[in-house]
Design a protein around this ligand. Structure first.
Ligand code: PGA
Length: 248
């Protein structure tokens, strides 16, 4: 069975004061069944990792450059994330694809850099609303997987997050049938490409996951957890999602 994972994406939210949420989260979930990952802004990674030491909480970055160092003003490398205490990195989030024009080829190169630095990649894919309306969701997701996931990945270093762009931050969630259809297609792709490992790679759903809809989403076949934005910022909300995943 794939590992159950609850990952929180803080996006560009949180300064030092927000670290108290981490203390509360660790205190409330000392021995979770699921793997818990928080991906804060880069400025908080080092402090959060120090705070989480000895706990079940893992820390991740939100992107990385394809190079390990160099003349890339404002960027951050996978090596730097790892040195700061991250064990994971989100790559290919739709906000990166939209705001920074990141392509599948670039995301593939970023993933290779992350793997070389020893990070586990949480790779995001998902269709826009126009693509869903045009009934090309499965083709879009298949193309993103084929081009952005590098060869040689394993269940130990790759997590896929299916995030319909229209469900992110909107309060709109696909039906459980829609989620099941895409997750089944993702699983087929992974097994076709990576054999036995493809069965073990965790596939998360993301997009408006909240404590009150989490259990329903986690009951969908091939949903192995969630990538959570807004509801990961408060320990009480994210805790409700962790509790639902632990029980799933
Ligand atoms: P949301 O964001 O939970 O706020 O919809 C999810 C994400 O972007 O990862």
């Amino acid at each position: 069975m794939p590992r159950k994972i609850a990952a929180g994406n803080w996006k560009m939210n949180g300064v030092g004061a927000a670290l108290s949420e981490i203390d509360a989260l660790i205190a409330a979930h000392p021995t979770p069944v699921s793997r818990i990952v928080i991906c804060p802004p880069a400025t908080l990674i080092h402090r959060m990792a120090a705070r989480a030491q000895g706990s079940a909480l893992a820390i991740g970055g939100q992107t990385c450059h394809t190079a390990s160092k160099g003349a890339h003003t404002g960027d951050i490398s996978a090596t730097m994330l790892a040195e700061a205490g991250a064990t994971h990195v989100i790559l290919g989030h739709s906000e990166r694809r939209a705001d920074h024009g990141e392509t599948d080829a670039q995301i593939n190169a970023q993933a290779q850099a992350a793997l070389a630095a020893g990070l586990t990649v949480i790779l995001c894919i998902g269709e826009t609303e126009a693509e869903r309306d045009a009934d090309v969701t499965l083709a879009v997701v298949e193309t993103q997987l084929a081009h952005s996931v590098p060869e040689g990945v394993t269940a130990a270093n790759l997590v896929i997050a299916y995030e319909p762009v229209w469900a992110i931050g909107t309060g709109r969630v696909p039906t459980t049938d829609q989620i099941a259809e895409v997750h089944a297609a993702i699983r087929t792709h992974l097994v076709t490409r990576f054999g036995e490992q493809g069965h073990e790679i965790s596939v998360l759903y993301g997009g408006s996951v909240k404590p009150d809809n989490a259990a329903q989403i986690f009951a969908v076949p091939d949903v192995n957890g969630a990538l959570v934005g807004g509801a990961s910022l408060k320990a009480a909300d994210f805790g409700g999602i962790i509790t639902a995943l632990d029980a799933a």
